[in-house]
Design a protein around this ligand. Structure first.
Ligand SMILES: NC(=O)c1ccc[n+]([C@@H]2O[C@H](COP(=O)([O-])OP(=O)(O)OC[C@H]3O[C@@H](n4cnc5c(N)ncnc54)[C@H](OP(=O)(O)O)[C@@H]3O)[C@@H](O)[C@H]2O)c1
Length: 248
């Protein structure tokens, strides 16, 4: 049985990103009665999005934890779906990441990747944790990446992205265990959205077959489909966009 097929309150972090924006549009169409709360570094959610309440916060910063907690506490019951879209693969035009070989690895870029790919998700979980109630169902989804799977890594390269997504996957696994003990019904997963046409994948799209590069709307629909059908048996897993379990 699905943990929460019809969410009533949804928290979406990273709403300004390509997939985050598309997920919020998808949620509004699917669950028009649900209240959508968003968090982003931007002062406002992108224009036209169906967001009920928005918090400007940089989840890489420690002070985002009390800020996000207060934002949520002021709005009553905790969210029943939480989706964290935060992530980075490259540093724009500055030539940073992703590394093809060991000699391109730099401490600073690895640490930046860890801050954005892992610590944002950690801070969001820390903000939420004290507000969770034993009897309230929870679905948590961290957008991760298949390249963070150690078992699936047959190509190498992309050191900082792979290492930080592997660390994110471990965070998700730990959360699933801790919250699985605390809550009556919960499912905590990492999801690979598939290669999606956003700013994150833009510099790497030329080698992707057209039918393997998905629009943000398509990826968002698939992610929401997966979340609506999650049962407790899937908790603590890395999932492909069709809901199949990927190896860690
Ligand atoms: N696109 C793909 O092909 C693909 C494939 C596999 C996995 N993913 C994963 O899917 C997620 C969304 O990616 P996307 O394609 O939508 O990329 P995007 O358009 O570049 O969005 C990046 C997201 O990360 C957040 N972010 C970026 N820099 C940040 C920083 N310094 N501090 C805090 N948050 C920061 C943004 O949040 P705000 O700007 O709202 O604060 C935004 O939600 C990422 O975790 C990515 O790794 C994407």
């Amino acid at each position: 049985m699905a943990v929460m097929a019809e969410p009533r309150r949804i928290l979406l972090a990273g709403v300004s990103g390509g997939i985050g924006t598309a997920i919020s549009q998808q949620l509004a169409g699917r669950f028009p009665e649900a209240q959508l709360l968003s968090i982003s570094r931007s002062a406002e959610p992108p224009a036209g999005l169906p967001v009920a309440e928005h918090l400007r916060a940089d989840l890489t910063e420690p002070d985002s934890v009390p800020a996000a907690r207060e934002f949520l506490a002021d709005r009553g019951a905790p969210p029943d779906w939480v989706i964290c879209c935060c992530g980075i693969l490259h540093g724009g035009g500055g030539g940073r990441g992703p590394e093809k070989a060991l000699n391109q690895c730099e401490d600073r870029w690895l640490l930046e990747s860890m801050r954005i790919n892992v610590i944002t998700h950690l801070h969001l979980a820390q903000a939420l944790a004290p507000l969770l109630q034993r009897h309230c169902p929870l679905v948590w989804a961290s957008l991760s990446a298949k390249v963070g799977s150690i078992g699936d890594n047959h190509l190498g390269g992309w050191y900082s992205y792979r290492m930080s997504k592997a660390a994110l996957n471990m965070l998700v696994r730990n959360l699933s265990i801790e919250w699985g003990r605390r809550l009556e019904r919960c499912c905590v997963v990492a999801i690979h959205p598939g290669t999606t046409d956003t700013g994150l994948s833009k510099p790497f799209q030329k080698n992707i077959a057209a039918d393997k590069l998905y629009s943000a709307a398509t990826s968002a629909r698939r992610i929401v489909d997966v979340l609506a059908n999650l049962d407790e048996a899937r908790s603590g897993r890395l999932l492909f966009w069709d809901g199949e379990v990927l190896p860690w």
